[in-house]
Design a protein around this ligand. Structure first.
Ligand code: GTP
Ligand code: MG
Length: 278
């Protein structure tokens, strides 16, 4: 399957060339479009990415989720539509050469969402103690709320395009990754985890885990998002059942049974809503 990449970036000028060098090694049979989702970077992030052939979308409202939504709007205008979208940070902490590992469970029909889990193969110092604690806490809360057992909220992830649309993503900041996983769990969407390596950022300044403000803001947003989505779980299920792709959910098989649970297709939507608008 050919993938479209969404790369949220803020002031990552020094990482763009090595990042695109790594993506280029995947070849055009694997990667169709790269969408660089820029938050009005003050440096040359956008121009460098454009020079490397990326589609650059700019969102002036600051926020990781806000730019991801903007990038999705851009992909939605492309014909033929995307098959699989891969999200990847711009700082080369994740290794793009592992993209095929994320996509394989989707190609096999084993999963619709595949999370690159960093916890087992992170390089020393790449995940701080606070990050590990926060991730672990968030994963335990997801397990309590949904009965599914993720090990990480890693940003490097692949998702079937139709699934992504059905998830009706809305978070505009740091709740983005957890929203995707919580909704997938609540909707019994088949999710797999694949271990991926994780390094310290290649160059540039940290915006989240390297600053106290970033950690507190992102951490509290993540926990609040888990609580809010659990509270809204019935609403989320009704809305997803009304989506035109609800009937197309693949048969669930967990690629990593330790990390994901066996899932069943969503309940049949009420007839009156089945063909309703998304
Ligand atoms: N568009 C956009 N991207 C952002 C924003 N903040 C961070 N990013 C990008 O999101 C990704 C993750 O941010 P990082 O600063 O690497 O956060 P982190 O991985 O917790 O911290 P590091 O330890 O520095 O890697 C990077 O690609 C950033 O450029 C933002 O407000 N808007
Ligand atoms: Mg990073």
């Amino acid at each position: 399957m050919r993938c479209d990449l969404i790369i949220p970036a803020l002031d990552e000028e020094a990482n763009i060339d090595p990042l695109f060098d790594a993506i280029d090694t995947l070849g055009p049979d694997r990667v169709r479009h790269v969408v660089l989702a820029d938050n009005d970077s003050r440096d040359a992030t956008a121009t460098r990415a454009a020079a490397r052939g990326a589609i650059v979308v700019t969102e002036t409202h600051r926020g990781y989720g806000a730019v991801c939504l903007r990038a999705m709007q851009r992909l939605a205008r492309i014909n033929p539509p995307p098959e699989v979208v891969v999200f990847l940070d711009a700082d080369l902490a994740d290794d793009p050469s592992h993209l095929p590992d994320l996509v394989t469970p989707i190609e096999r029909g084993d999963a619709d969402l595949v999370i690159g889990s960093r916890v087992r193969h992170a390089a020393p110092g790449a995940l701080s103690l606070v990050q590990r604690f926060g991730n672990g806490l968030a994963c335990r809360l997801i397990a309590l709320a949904t009965g599914k057992h993720p090990s990480d909220l890693g940003p490097f992830r692949a998702v079937r395009w139709t699934t992504l649309q059905r998830l009706a993503m809305a978070d505009r900041t740091w709740g983005w990754t957890v929203e995707m996983q919580m909704k997938a769990a609540l909707l019994d969407i088949p999710v797999a985890e694949v271990d991926v390596p994780y390094r310290r950022r290649h160059a540039g300044r940290s915006k989240i885990s390297g600053t106290v403000r970033g950690v507190v803001t992102a951490g509290s947003k993540i926990i609040a998002t888990i609580g809010r989505l659990w509270w809204q779980r019935d609403l989320i299920r009704v809305a997803a059942a009304a989506h035109p792709d609800a009937a197309g959910t693949v048969a669930p098989v967990a690629a990593n049974p330790d990390a994901t649970t066996t899932l069943s297709p969503p309940p049949a939507p009420p007839p009156s809503r089945r063909n309703g608008p998304s």
